[in-house]
Every structure is written in C-alpha cells, then in structure tokens.
Design a protein around this ligand. Structure first.
Ligand SMILES: Cc1cc2nc3c(=O)[nH]c(=O)nc-3n(C[C@H](O)[C@H](O)[C@H](O)COP(=O)(O)OP(=O)(O)OC[C@H]3O[C@@H](n4cnc5c(N)ncnc54)[C@H](O)[C@@H]3O)c2cc1C
Length: 302
C-alpha cells in the first residue's frame, strides 16, 4: 500500500495552502487529492471580482486567485492526484481512493480534510407541490453558466439573499435572463452591503423581504411558484421557469462517518470544511497556519 506522511483531501484554496505550508516545513511526503479535473475548488466558477483584497492586496476574480496558488503548487514538493475521490477513511489511518487507475488504498500518518462545503437544497424547506426540473442551487447554476456555458432558464426567481444569491441574481441578468426578484424571509438583505448595491440596486432587481416560497408548480418543467408574504399571510402565484435556491452552506464532513463521526488527534479540518468562511483570504491564512503546524509535527519539531 502507498504510504505518505500527510494526506490532504480537497484541492481548493484551503487544501492547496495547507499542503504547500506542510511541504514548506521540511522533508515530508504530502499527497493532495481532489475529485475534480483541476485544482481550485469552488474558485474557478466564481468569475466575479472580490477575491484576494486581504491576502494578495489585489481585487481578483476567483480564477485569478486560484491561479496564484496553483502557480506555487507547480514548484512545490506536493504530489497531486486529480479526478480522484476519497471514498472513505479508517481508524487505521488508511484512505480508500477511487481515481483513473481504479481503487487505490493509501496509508498516512496525518490527515487534513479540506473538503469545502455543500449547499442546502429545496428539500430542507417545507415547500410543497410538484418536483419539476428548473430548481437549482445557486452553486449548480453558477457552475452551469460560468464553466459549462449553459443557460439553466429564462425567467428566474432567486430564493435567499445571501452573497451567493445576490451574485447569481446579477449573473442571470448579465446572461440576458429576466430576474423577477430575490425572495428573503428575513426583514433585510442577508448578503454584504457591497454585494447588495452592485448586484441588486445597480441592476434594478427587486428584493422581496419577509417573503418565502411555499409551493412549486409544473409537470416536467417548473411553471411557477407560490409566494407567501409572511407579515400579511397573503399568497400569490408567480410564473417562472427557474428557481435558484441560495439557502446556506454546510461544512462537508461526510468522510468523518468512517471515523465514528469524531475527529481523531491525527486529523484536522480547514477552510469551509471547518466552518463556512465569508471570504477566501481567511481560508488561505487559516490553512497555511494549520499546514505549517502539521509539517512541524511530522518532522518532530513540535
Ligand atoms: C458563489 C461564491 C461567491 C464567493 N464570493 C467570494 C468573494 O467575492 N470573495 C471572497 O473572498 N470569497 C468568496 N467566496 C468564498 C470562497 O470562495 C470560499 O470560502 C473558498 O474558496 C473555499 O475554499 P475551500 O478550499 O475551503 O473549499 P472548496 O473551494 O469548496 O474546495 C473543496 C475541494 O474539496 C474537494 N473534495 C470534496 N470532497 C472530496 C472527496 N471526498 N474526495 C476528493 N476531493 C473532495 C472538492 O472537489 C473541492 O475541490 C465565494 C464563494 C462562493 C461559493
């Protein structure tokens, strides 16, 4: 079985930064694994600006931010395995990997989980009706538009006014779609003020506060939703072919199930897998510090 000092799961900003810092501490073998075909995690699909002001002191797009860290990876003593999913972990400090070469078990001394986060879906809300096509999470829609160049629909309603919802509302307008509004159950916008201004106000997209979606309509494809105005209790049906849900993010820690749901002393979390960070700069800084500490520990210097 292949043996490494450190296995890093996830090649986003967190995984890359942790792996680089650990490898920079001295002669330790570091293997970084990601299920995608490229490094960067969520960053390559975030083509808007607003990344890196804190860390690189530059206003970068997501792909530009990722490219800066990927460039450091090129000269570093980190083995990278892409298109490879970590299927499970065991208490014996082994991982089961599935990649282009098939099943690959790996033994490690230390583990860093940098698996990011996942989006809450419409299933997490008490929404009744049919289950037609045309309901996407904001991240799925962002990936379709920015990486695949597909347009998921034409007449769009966004549910949830966090930063991801705001950014996607603007993205649909820029794609030539009609955005009916952003629906928010709270009394004010959930995202950053700068995003509220640049995404909604500048593009004249209405924010519908104290409102939620209670029912989906349509057979096959979405034809509309029922909106409930929470203060009056009144409901109205709105025609749309696409509902984008931006309902929040949850740290992705499914792999801990194989360890009884607990984090052993030889494993650490970083980036959005640890907690959902608002900006990537804090992800990079946190992961670098962790990687440096783990590298020193593996060298017996801590
Ligand atoms: C739409 C959007 C807009 C944003 N806007 C901004 C902004 O304007 N400014 C800003 O600073 N920040 C922004 N952020 C936040 C920032 O992009 C993230 O906090 C940061 O990139 C997260 O990095 P990460 O490495 O923790 O996770 P991710 O980038 O999600 O990386 C996790 C990686 O783990 C891999 N993985 C997961 N499970 C496995 C497994 N079992 N096996 C193998 N690989 C696995 C995934 O494929 C992925 O590549 C935004 C985020 C989003 C989603």
């Amino acid at each position: 079985m292949e043996k490494v000092d450190l296995l890093v799961v996830g090649g986003g900003a967190a995984g890359m930064s942790a792996a680089l810092a650990a490898a920079g501490a001295g002669p330790v073998s570091v293997l970084l694994v990601d299920r995608e075909e490229r490094l960067g995690g969520i960053l390559p699909q975030c083509i808007h600006q607003g990344f890196g002001l804190g860390y690189f002191h530059r206003d970068l797009t997501g792909p530009e931010y990722a490219a800066r860290i990927v460039a450091q990876m090129e000269g570093a003593a980190v083995s990278v395995r892409l298109n490879t999913t970590v299927l499970s972990l065991s208490q014996r400090r082994t991982a089961e990997l599935s990649g282009p070469g098939g099943y690959e078990p790996v033994a490690f001394r230390r583990l860093i989980l940098a698996t990011g986060c996942r989006e809450k879906t419409i299933g997490s809300l008490p929404v009744t009706g049919t289950r037609p096509a045309g309901v996407f999470t904001a991240g799925e829609a962002q990936r379709m538009i920015n990486l695949r160049h597909w347009r998921p629909g034409r007449k769009v309603l966004v549910l949830g006014s966090g930063d991801l919802g705001l950014i996607m509302a603007r993205r649909f307008v820029l794609e030539g779609c009609q955005v009916l509004g952003v629906v928010e159950q709270k009394g004010s916008c959930g995202g950053m003020v700068r995003n509220y201004r640049s995404c909604l106000l500048e593009h004249r997209i209405p924010l519908m506060t104290r409102t939620t979606v209670t029912r989906l309509h349509g057979e096959g494809r979405l034809t509309g939703v029922t909106l409930r105005h929470l203060d009056s209790g009144k409901e109205e049906q709105v025609a749309c072919d696409t509902l984008i849900t931006a309902l929040g993010l949850i740290p992705e820690r499914e792999l801990l199930a194989g360890l009884g749901g607990k984090l052993p002393g030889w494993a650490s979390l970083c980036g959005n897998c640890d907690y959902v960070h608002e900006i990537v700069d804090t992800v990079t800084a946190q992961a670098e510090e962790l990687g440096r500490q783990v590298g020193m520990e593996l060298l017996g210097k801590k």
